[in-house]
Design a protein around this ligand. Structure first.
Ligand SMILES: NC(=O)c1ccc[n+]([C@@H]2O[C@H](COP(=O)([O-])OP(=O)(O)OC[C@H]3O[C@@H](n4cnc5c(N)ncnc54)[C@H](O)[C@@H]3O)[C@@H](O)[C@H]2O)c1
Length: 360
């Protein structure tokens, strides 16, 4: 079984309580880790988490976690602005890091983090959790086997009717989040596309990011608002709530449309579609997928079997295992950073009103 790793979770908000703490707790029960600290800059949140989960000690300053020589690894579950600082400090202190998505607010910050990963040799994985999803991995397998033929187009949609998170709070403040729907939701969808396509090299990106429906915060009407507890109508709204664009890769082209809010009504707008010469796939985000092809001169579709499971558990248990084995996971920063570059290109393209060409 090997050494029991000592873990600290930094940031005790939504994702820490819904994914990181419960899954480390499960691993603690399996004898693989010990949760030593739950840390939040708002100490009461850390204390509440300690009480709720019955694990760890509550601390306010993340430096108390990373300066403890007993700590082996941390999860960074703070708003995007802190990802770079905390991950870099942790790696420099000799800790392995699982940092939530997106890597950071922009590509330069992601590069800074990658540089320190290379210097220190500590693990730096990113919370691109779909890389641990059963359906997504089955699609990647089907594509790699050539069952779709040549995939020439990938169509990505991450659109909701009225679903801007925590209006006026961290999520809608560029200085904290780095961007809106593209960086928050798009990161998952573009990552699925890239992972399933075998992480092809990006050649060009062209995009337009709009900040429209949330701007008039006081008159914004919505059907749902996650992170509503962080709403602040006197706060800031300066991020994208709609984004569209086109990416050329060495393989398939990718088109994408994303909306935190759009005037179109509720519907099924969350999917990734792969169009190949032999067959195509429609993946409903977070759900199942179907393969569309022909058989004996007739149209034919089927739903392949795959092993499902809790993707957050797999992400976190694989992180713990890779620390012990030294195996590089598909969520390593070296793989995932391509999406940060892509998203930066999309925002740059929008601002500069032109296509961005990637030279290397
Ligand atoms: N993988 C996913 O599907 C997924 C889902 C939700 C959120 N996320 C990501 O997780 C991160 C956190 O999102 P959330 O929804 O949990 O946010 P949240 O606001 O609910 O929680 C963040 C917590 O971090 C704390 N914090 C802020 N600065 C800190 C610091 N310097 N030291 C310690 N704690 C600090 C805050 O007080 C807060 O409690 C974001 O990067 C987000 O993009 C990922």
């Amino acid at each position: 079984m090997g050494k029991i790793l000592n873990i600290g979770v930094i940031g005790c908000g939504t994702i820490a309580n819904s994914a990181h703490i419960p899954n480390y707790k499960r691993l603690q029960e399996e004898g693989k880790v010990k949760i030593k600290y739950l840390c939040d800059i708002i100490l009461e949140r850390a204390e509440e988490a300690v009480k709720k989960w019955g694990v760890g000690v509550a601390v306010k300053d993340y430096k108390d976690v990373i300066n403890d020589p007993e700590i082996d690894a941390v999860s960074v579950c703070t708003p995007n602005k802190m990802h770079r600082f905390i991950s870099i400090d942790a790696m420099r202190a000799g800790k392995h890091v699982l940092c939530e998505k997106p890597i950071a607010r922009n590509y330069q910050e992601a590069l800074d983090m990658q540089k320190v990963q290379h210097e220190t040799g500590m693990t730096l994985n990113i919370g691109v959790v779909n890389r641990f999803n059963g359906a997504v991995n089955k699609i990647r397998e089907i594509i790699a086997a050539g069952d779709l033929g040549e995939i020439y187009q990938t169509n990505v949609s991450f659109r909701a009717h009225r679903s801007i998170p925590g209006l006026g709070g961290d999520f809608t403040t560029k200085e904290i989040a780095g961007g809106g729907v593209l960086i928050d939701w798009g990161v998952h969808y573009l990552d699925i596309a890239m992972y399933c396509l075998g992480d092809p090299k990006t050649k060009t990106v062209s995009g337009v990011a709009y900040s429209k429906l949330g701007v008039d915060m006081k008159n914004y009407v919505y059907e749902g608002m996650w992170a509503e507890d962080k709403k602040d109508l006197n706060g800031t709204y300066d991020v994208d709530d709609y984004v569209t664009g086109f990416i050329r890769t060495e393989g398939s082209s990718i088109t994408f449309n994303g909306a935190w809010a759009q005037n179109i009504g509720s519907g099924s707008y969350s999917y990734v579609q792969f169009l190949g010469t032999k067959a195509g796939i429609h993946l409903q985000y977070g759900g199942d997928f179907d393969v569309y092809t022909t058989k004996d001169g007739k149209l034919y579709s089927y739903r392949p079997e795959y092993t499902s499971g809790d993707m957050f558990y797999k992400e976190i248990s694989d992180f713990v295992d890779c620390i012990k084995t030294g195996k590089k996971l598909p969520s390593h920063i070296d793989t995932v950073i391509v999406t940060a570059k892509m998203m930066q290109g999309i925002y740059d393209s929008s601002e500069q009103n032109r296509e961005i060409v990637f030279e290397d």
